[in-house]
Write a protein that binds this ligand. Structure first.
Ligand code: FES
Ligand SMILES: [Fe+2]
Length: 443
């Protein structure tokens, strides 16, 4: 078997022409460390959503790779992302999940930082004998920050392309999550209560599953039989996506490693009821649907099922409408966060039905997610042994079947049963790991 990288041994096996990927990508401590530097210290990462910090002085603790970061809204209403580590001796400044404060005071020696990251208060400052330059000892801020329709993204790399360039046409797929159901731009908020759990699995299992693994539906046979659809019946996920609106469903991917599954509604697509047991709820969705068609016309045809934005952000575009992050937590663990989105003017009765559906479906206690987590957990554990590591994984499904489909941005796979999106994800991962320049990575 050949290795990529022009014969130079990169320390892992990857032959994407052949569709074969070494197991060390999922279990190696050494590669994990390199990922922190080459991938997570460079790529754009999802931090959270502006609705988590609506007021001045609000903060929310998030992560970038392994590192804890603070999302804040300062006194001038400006949003920031800082490393949650004190410049004095490294103490984690904020150990709560979220809150509101005039100042962020370090618990160790009491240095106080304003919400814009400046060092604003130093106990016993006179003892520094004018040596301490407070201008230089503020919090470490990210190199670039983007607020895209309320979702907050950041990168540590000042050389990184602007967020819109990093995303390319993947933004149009992400819009299917972030835009309001009536077709107006943005307008979503996070439902209070973010699901977080630590899972004994490498983070890439989550990323590659949501980049477009329809092949694994085999795992969900039992939950589909139980019927936990939004109406309490039928398929577990998207009646509105899968059947109600008569769609063409395709896997799509892009050079930056982003990919997913989106659907294109056919021209004749009247509203079909999804929430049949809840006439009031269904009436609200019908109204939104009709407004959307009126507002967007043909543009309204794209519906996002799932997707992964390289490296570790994924989403569900319709139900359960959510953004999630696979935070790395060592080679054999990840911290999995899910943010559920609704339109900000959604009636409480609708929110309540959705909230219950989201809990039935997702998270460690959700029926569908349990299937996925069990697969990734056991795959990680069963891949760690000396003998197990000798056998690479197979990614040969749907080789060489890339095409274009008008109305679906990106390259599209001719068949839905494909691992082209996963191969594309690891191609980008490999470019990052080799320390390629942004010009080479994005070419
Ligand atoms: S570690 Fe924060 S003030 Fe000393
Ligand atoms: Fe799944």
């Amino acid at each position: 078997m050949t290795k990529q990288n022009g014969g130079k041994d990169p320390g892992y096996f990857l032959d994407l022409e052949e569709g074969v990927v070494g197991r060390e990508l999922f279990v190696s401590e050494e590669l994990y460390e390199r990922e922190q530097e080459q991938v997570f210290a460079r790529a754009w990462l999802l931090i959270g959503h502006e609705s988590l910090i609506p007021k001045k002085g609000d903060f929310f603790v998030s992560r970038m790779g392994e590192e804890s970061v603070l999302l804040t809204r300062d006194r001038k209403d400006k949003i920031h992302v800082f490393l949650n580590s004190c410049p004095h001796r490294g103490m984690k400044i904020c150990r709560y999940d979220e809150g509101n404060s005039k100042v962020l005071e370090c618990p160790y020696h009491g240095w106080g930082f304003s919400l814009d990251g400046r060092l604003a208060a130093v106990p016993h400052q006179k003892a520094y004998m004018d040596v301490l330059d407070t201008e230089k000892w503020g919090l470490t801020e990210v190199a670039k920050l983007a607020n895209y329709k309320g979702s907050i993204w950041a990168t540590w790399d000042p050389e990184a392309p602007e967020f819109a360039d990093y995303m390319g046409e993947a933004l149009l797929h992400l819009d299917t999550v972030l835009d309001s159901r009536d077709g107006s731009e943005g307008g979503s908020i996070v439902l209070p209560g973010i699901q977080k759990c630590i899972v004994p699995s490498n983070w890439k299992f989550g990323a590659e599953n949501f980049v477009g693994d329809i092949y694994h539906n085999h795992s969900h046979a039992s939950v589909d039989m139980v019927g936990i659809g939004p109406s309490g019946k039928g398929r577990r996920d998207d009646e509105e996506m899968m059947t109600a609106n008569k769609t063409i469903m395709r896997c799509w991917n892009m050079p930056m490693g982003h990919g997913g599954i989106s659907s294109l509604q056919l021209d004749d697509y009247p509203y079909a009821p999804v929430y049949r047991d809840y006439p009031e709820i269904d009436a609200w969705f019908k109204e939104c649907y009709e407004l959307r068609q009126e507002r967007l016309g043909k543009k309204a045809r794209l519906l996002g099922a799932v997707g992964t934005i390289f490296p570790n952000m994924s989403y569900h575009g319709t139900q359960p409408r959510s953004m999630f992050v696979w935070h790395p937590h060592g080679p054999n663990h990840m911290e999995f966060w899910r943010f559920y989105l609704v339109d900000k003017d959604t009636p409480d009765s609708v929110k309540d039905v959705l909230r219950h559906y989201y809990m039935r479906y997702s998270g460690p206690a959700g029926l569908t997610e349990q299937d996925d987590l069990e697969n990734w957990n056991y795959a990680t554990a069963a891949s760690r042994g000396v003998i197990a590591r000798r056998r690479p994984y197979n990614y040969q499904l749907g080789m060489g079947l890339r095409t274009r489909q008008e109305g679906i941005p990106g390259d599209v796979c001719e068949r839905l049963m494909t691992e082209d999106n996963q191969r594309n994800l690891y191609k980008t991962w490999d470019r990052f790991m080799q320390g390629q320049s942004w010009t080479d990575i994005t070419s």
